[in-house]
Design a protein around this ligand. Structure first.
Ligand code: PMP
Length: 404
């Protein structure tokens, strides 16, 4: 039997290999400096405290012997609701019962997608956007429409043009330090977009993993709070960027009307998240001085960003690279106007100069109009001295590639 002939369209047609993963594998194989992954290095996360929290969670003899609620353990959900309330991100009347634990934000994207997307539905996304979100929606058979972004977020006039052409089921947006462009949706744009959502009746999926990695400027509010009791928004949060991606722990905040159905969907897909992991995360969050931890992260990452910026200014900008310095997050979104094939260049840079970047064209929902002169450079994993070397190598790679 050819087992492949039995595969469904989700796998044969709708899911494609991830350009980010492919680059990460190539970088590892060639032992190159990595500007690829949007993940922190092991010196940044609270490793000791995490180990102690896991040990403490496992000391409870009952912790491994039951199936926890599919929505998540109560104390963790309540901690998250309180934390969001303190930050003025939650609407009135929302609490722990609106929080559903996920296996990271990606799981949240998948659950939202399974709950809402029917084949042929249109999902509006930012252009460029996070490609793995496209996979999550695409695997359920979504069609994509896109809206360009500037430094203040999605361009509302462009959005209206798309909306006037046909029904959009939901809008997926990365509100802070967008992956990959680094843009932040300002509250005024959010107000305008909420108005459009009311008028055209679409749901907003607010993905916010980078919120706490702001290095400059003031925090913006959230769509979910601004929408109050209108049930127009689902918020996705994650501990991947502020604790560690390896714990695979995130959450979504959903309107009360759909909370139990979302819980049932979790049950149908994975029963629940591990109880010991949730307990460990709760222990960690209860004992961590979160403000001090976030301040440490910001201090670390801003130094990395600045070192990469300085090195790019010396080495890559003279080769034609341009970019706006992001005020937070992990990524510098760069353009090299003469570059015609960023996929080819990204491979070349690894093989010739041992530096890995992600080809920017992978972030465009419509491959036929993707900008092939773009590159995404992550400074998350590179301490300043390595960031300087990375910029040097990238500059050299551009110079040699151009002269080829
Ligand atoms: N959304 C965005 C915008 C991301 O950049 C990422 C991680 N790269 C995710 C979701 C997935 O994160 P998690 O580890 O929480 O699944």
């Amino acid at each position: 039997m050819d087992i492949r002939s039995l595969l469904g369209k989700r796998v044969t047609e709708r899911i494609k290999p991830s350009a980010i993963t492919e680059m990460m594998i190539l970088v590892k194989k060639h032992n190159a400096i990595s500007l690829t992954a949007g993940e922190p290095s092991s010196d940044v996360y609270p490793a000791d405290l995490l180990r102690e929290s896991i040990e403490k969670a496992l000391r409870d003899p009952g912790i491994l012997s039951y199936y926890p609620l599919s929505t998540g353990i109560t104390e963790l959900r309540e901690w998250i609701a309180e934390w969001m309330k303190e930050d003025e991100l939650l609407p009135q009347g929302y609490g722990g019962e609106n929080v559903i634990m996920t296996n990271g934000s990606q799981d949240g994207l998948n659950l939202v997608s399974e709950a809402f997307v029917e084949p042929g539905d249109t999902v509006l996304v930012e252009n460029p956007t996070y490609p793995e979100a496209l996979l999550a929606f695409g695997k359920e058979g979504a069609n994509f429409a896109s809206v360009p972004v500037d430094k203040d977020g999605p361009i509302v006039e462009e959005m209206e043009k798309v909306l006037s052409k046909g029904r959009v089921k939901m809008f997926y947006t990365i509100v802070n330090f967008q992956n990959p462009s680094g843009c932040v949706t300002c509250d005024e744009r959010k107000r305008q977009i909420l108005e459009l959502a009311r008028r055209y009746g679409f749901l907003i999926i607010e993905d916010d993993p980078y919120r706490y990695l702001r290095y400059e400027g003031n925090h913006e509010g959230s769509y979910i709070k601004m929408a109050q009791d209108e049930d127009m928004v689902i918020y996705l949060g994650s501990f991947s960027k502020i604790i560690a991606p390896g714990i695979r722990c995130g959450f979504m905040v959903v309107p009360s009307k759909i909370a139990s159905q979302m819980g049932e969907l979790v049950l149908a897909t994975k029963l629940s998240l591990p109880a010991f992991l949730q307990r460990a995360v709760f222990e960690l969050l209860s004992s961590l001085d979160m403000k001090a931890h976030l301040a440490h992260l910001r201090e670390t990452y801003v130094a990395r960003r600045n070192a990469l910026d300085a090195s790019l200014a010396d080495n890559a900008v003279p080769q034609g690279m341009t970019y706006d310095l992001p005020m937070g997050g992990f990524f510098i979104w760069a353009r090299v106007p003469w570059l015609k094939d960023c996929f080819d260049f990204a491979k070349y840079a690894v093989l010739e100069e041992h530096v890995g970047v992600v080809p920017g064209a992978a972030f465009f929902p419509d491959t036929s109009s993707a900008d092939s002169s773009t590159l995404r450079l992550s400074f998350a994993k590179t301490p300043p001295e390595i960031a300087r070397e990375a910029g040097l190598r990238l500059g050299r790679a551009l110079e040699k590639y151009r002269a080829k």
